[in-house]
Design a protein around this ligand. Structure first.
Ligand code: AMP
Length: 192
């Protein structure tokens, strides 16, 4: 099973590239942001609690997202692979993912990180906010908070995978298709 962690700050292009990757490889896309937004749309208790934090640009507690990922892994036993998008976002989430995948006799093949400069991220998110309907995309203060969360809590996750020699960085500012081709080359290099 091919399990890929697609990594990068908010606005790096993880969602866009994930859509292309699931078409190309038939893997299952697991975005904790999407899973949380669907809980909000369903009006569940979990969704209501998560919404307050998400609207403030703050990470939700580790156990919430780890629980959602655990359910998705169990619900998709025959998957060819998973693209993890926006997860893991903390080191405890990364260690939990290793344990969950080990329970399913599999592991993370590699992390592919999209590297994008700060000013480009802010411009992209503000632009996305014009059409995404996402409350956390519309103002610069909130975007700055999300980038802060990324720098303080999420960046160390890259070191976690670097230490395991599973990290590949890709410059994420060019054309969507060029970036996609680079990601595919990395995935194809993982072998089956
Ligand atoms: P995203 O759609 O990935 O940008 O996530 C939107 C928001 O959902 C984030 O700003 C967090 O509040 C929350 N969120 C998504 N994934 C995670 C995660 N793995 N850990 C904690 N919070 C998350």
């Amino acid at each position: 099973m091919q399990n890929i962690v697609l990594f990068g700050p908010p606005g790096a292009g993880k969602g866009t590239q994930s859509q292309k990757l699931i078409e190309q490889y038939g893997y299952i896309h697991l975005s904790t942001g999407d899973l949380l937004r669907s809980q909000i749309a369903l009006g569940t208790q979990l969704g209501q609690k998560a919404k307050e934090l998400m609207d403030a640009g703050i990470l939700v507690p580790d156990e919430v997202v780890i629980g959602m990922i655990a359910s998705e892994l169990t619900a998709n036993p025959g998957a060819k692979g998973f693209i993890f998008d926006g997860f893991p976002r903390t080191v405890p989430q990364a260690t939990a993912l290793d344990a969950l995948l080990a329970d399913h006799s599999t592991s993370v093949k590699g992390m592919i990180a999209l590297e994008v400069a700060h000013d480009v991220l802010v411009a992209r998110l503000l632009n996305r906010g014009l059409t995404s309907g996402r409350p956390d995309d519309v103002n610069e203060v909130l975007i700055a908070k999300r980038v802060d969360e990324y720098n303080s809590k999420t960046k160390p996750v890259a070191d976690y995978y670097k230490a395991q020699h599973k990290y590949t960085g890709i410059f994420g500012e060019g054309e969507v298709d060029d970036i996609f081709q680079q990601i595919c080359r990395v995935i194809d290099g993982f072998g089956r």
